[in-house]
Every structure is written in C-alpha cells, then in structure tokens.
Write a protein that binds this ligand. Structure first.
Ligand code: AMP
Ligand code: GLY
Length: 421
C-alpha cells in the first residue's frame, strides 16, 4: 500500500515510524514532513491545510490510505473532501471534528449525553460573559471556543484576571474568530491523563493510557506549551478507571455522535481530570495527541494499518490491540525561549549516538545537506522503552544527554508522577 501522512511534528514522525513497520506498506509520503520523517518517508511540499493540494496528490500517487495528524485539516473538512472523491482517509468528518473545533459544541454535547465534565456556561458577547462570571467561584477557567493551538485556555485565580482573560479573547481577539464565543467553567482539581480511543463510527477500542506534561518547567511550573513530554501507561489510570472512562466518556460520545448524524471515525482523545468525584473531561481532541503518540505507539504491537483500515471500513469489531508490557517515556527537547520567541537554524549534534531501545522522533527539524537543523519550538522527542517507568526514565535521559544544540531545554522530571505512585 501507499500511505500519505498529513502533518510535520513529532506525532507524525511516530506515526510514520509505526506505519513503516507494517508489512502491507510499500511507500510512505508525508506532507509536509520534517528532517527526521525524511529518513522514513518521501516528504512532499504541500501544507497540512491545503485540502485541494492534498487530494490531488493522493489521487495522482494512487494513495491507498491517508492518515491525518493535526486538527486544522480535520476541522476544515479534509475527510469529507477525500470521502466524497472516494479516497480512503483515517480521521473524523468536519461535523465530528467539532468536538475539538468548538468548545461550546463539545460542552453542550457532553451536557446532552451526560458525559462528566466541569460545570460551565457559554457566552457570545463580552458583556454577557462579564455578568455571567459572577456566578462562578474562583479559580475559574476561561476558554476560547475555537482552535487556538493550545493557547486558548486561561486559568484565572482572581476576578481581575478573569476579566482580563475575557477581554483578551473576546475584545482584543488574541485568537481571532476562535474568540467569538467563550466557555467559562469550574476549575477542577486532580491529576490529568490522556485516554485515546480508535473508533469506526459505531464501535471503539481504547488505547493504553498516557500522561502529558503541559508546562514548560519542572514541577508543572511556568506557562503552558504544546507538551514537554509524555509517558505510557499512566498509573493514575487504574484498570478500573480505564474501564470507567470507556463506559462513562467514550461510549456515550461514540453513541451520541452516531445518534446526532455525525458518526465518529478516527481517534478520539479525551483529556481527563481524575478528581475525587471520578473522571471528568477537560477537553476532546479528534486526533492523536502530541507528544502522547510518541509514548503510546512504541508500545503498540498490532499492525497500525490493520487498525486504521478496520476503522475506515467499519470493521473495528474484528480488531484487538496487543501491547508491549514495557513502559515508554518521551522527553521533548525544545528551543531556548520556547514557548515564547525562539531561534531556529541551530545544528543538532549527537543524533546518531542514540540507539534502541531509545529513539528520537523529530518535531521541529529540517535537513540541510547532511546536517539536521532546528526549525521549531519543540525540536525533538527522545523516547525510550524500559521494564517499568523507572528504567524507561533512566534510558531516556541517558539518550537525551547524547543530543545537543545551542539553547536546548528540556524538563528533568518527565514520568516522575508515575514514580510517586
Ligand atoms: P484544554 O486545552 O481544555 O485541555 O486545557 C489545557 C489545560 O488547561 C488542561 O490540560 C488543564 O491542565 C487545564 N484545564 C483546562 N480546563 C480546566 C479545568 N476546568 N480545571 C482545571 N484545569 C483545567
Ligand atoms: N498533548 C495535547 C495535545 O495533543 O493536544
């Protein structure tokens, strides 16, 4: 089979790496890809949001299956365009991707289908939101409705902070039209975990759990980022809790979307807060997580193409997933200054010194002749497997120390929460 992967980050490198292991796969293309993906796939210069360009390419090259990494093309309707043209693609339709594309849709949907989540109200004017704010106790969480590259969520400890957040989102339009509406919600206390499920519109299978590390600094300090590391499985998700999340969260979403005429196919990602009252949904994503994918896929033994094809063809019932019992830890190495301004074009050294069971997924890199240069905020995801999380942590940090570039920064405590349990 010929496969096209859409996207250019660490998640897409991990997807290409896993797809390449399938005996069914002859060739992988990645649009647009990165410096690391170029070693596994032919990178093609088409942007992830160029739906027409992607479809023309898939037809031209007789692509048998297209796999969508990021959310933007999903929300723009890439799956609808491909399906209309009769070209196979793994991901949710535009209507189903609203679970990620609109927080108002997602919260209202959860209310309709009794999915546990933080209490909330939504507003479509600044004045109404300001008045509505008074009904909440502090701290309170203010969220832009639309896609904001992970930056549209503001946790507010005081009323002036909350007022500022509303102003930033709704009046200054810091996230453009994503801020036409807001969700204001109750602040939840607990430990977070990510649960991913693969779905075919009617049936679903849960993947093993994982945990992201969203803040830039150790001990969850500093501003939010796209994710500074992840590990799988996450012991906060006990076997009983994993079942409960399947029953109370994933099943009502898959059933509810089908009932509402937008059956969900692809990856459903539930960001969960494990609270004293049980699991509650923080957000849905309608795609693989980044960097969770880098920690989850190395543990998946099943051929991922078989799983994706079964999902696309509505036969997920035939599939079971097999997991490597080892733990996997991924440490992101970011450019100095990230998540603020950062420099690009720094030469990366030591990549060849990393060997199995550690490997490096590239996130923001590009090839320049024989050199690999930095080209993004999150640059690399160094990943290792080990018998238990302690061993995986030891191996991953030994590998991290072999790699270097000017200004590199990374957290030293990825996986620590698992050790504390
Ligand atoms: P989201 O993009 O909705 O997942 O929000 C980003 C991050 O903000 C989450 O990973 C949480 O750490 C935090 N967050 C979002 N909503 C809440 C909430 N209701 N209570 C506490 N933290 C939250
Ligand atoms: N790791 C969070 C995300 O993929 O959105």
């Amino acid at each position: 089979m010929n496969i096209l992967v859409i996207g250019s980050g660490g998640r897409e490198h991990a997807l290409c790496w896993k797809i390449q292991q399938s005996l069914k796969v002859k060739k992988i293309f990645c649009a647009p890809g990165n410096g690391g993906i170029a070693g596994l796939a032919e990178c093609v210069n088409i942007k992830a949001d160029d739906i027409v360009g992607l479809l023309n390419f898939a037809r031209d090259k007789k692509i048998d299956l297209t796999v969508v990494g990021p959310e933007v093309p999903l929300v723009l309707g890439v799956v609808d365009a491909f399906e209309k043209a009769g070209v196979k693609i793994f991901g949710p339709s535009k209507a189903a991707a609203q679970l990620e594309g609109s927080k108002v849709f997602s919260k209202d949907f959860m209310r309709r289908h009794h999915v546990p989540t933080a209490a909330y109200r939504s507003f479509d004017t600044y004045e109404a939101a300001l008045a509505g704010l008074k009904k909440f106790t502090l701290p309170v969480v203010v969220k832009a409705d639309g896609l904001a590259a992970g930056k549209g969520v503001i946790i507010c400890n005081t009323l002036p902070e909350a007022t500022d957040a509303l102003k930033t989102i709704m009046q200054d339009r810091a996230f453009k039209d994503a801020g036409l509406r807001v969700v204001v919600e109750e602040f939840l206390v607990g430990e977070e975990a990510s649960i991913l499920a693969v779905a075919d519109g009617k049936d679903f299978i849960l993947l093993d759990s994982s945990q992201d590390h969203k803040r830039i600094f150790d001990n969850d300090e500093g501003p939010n980022t796209g994710g500074m590391g992840a590990y799988s499985p996450a012991p906060v998700v006990t076997a009983a809790l994993w079942d409960e999340i399947g029953r109370l969260v994933i099943k009502p979403v898959i059933d509810g979307m089908a009932q509402e005429g937008a059956p969900f196919k692809g990856i459903l990602y539930a960001g969960i807060m494990v609270t004293a009252q049980g699991p509650k949904v923080l957000e849905f994503n309608t795609r693989f997580g980044d960097p969770e994918t880098q920690a989850v896929l190395p543990r998946l033994k099943t051929d991922i193409i078989d799983v994706m094809l079964a999902a696309v063809e509505g036969r997920l019932r035939e599939v079971t997933l097999e997991w490597d019992p080892r733990a996997c830890v991924c440490v992101v190495i970011a450019a100095g200054g990230y998540p603020g301004d950062y420099a690009s074009g720094k030469e990366i050294r030591g990549l060849d010194a990393v060997s199995a069971p550690a490997f490096v997924f590239h996130a923001g890199t590009k090839k320049d002749g024989e050199k690999i240069l930095t080209s993004g905020g999150r640059v690399l995801g160094v990943t290792a497997l080990g018998m238990g999380v302690a061993e995986a942590i030891g191996k991953v940090y030994a590998a991290v120390e072999k790699v270097s570039f000017e200004g590199a920064q990374y957290r030293r405590d990825i996986g620590k929460k698992a050790l504390n349990r």
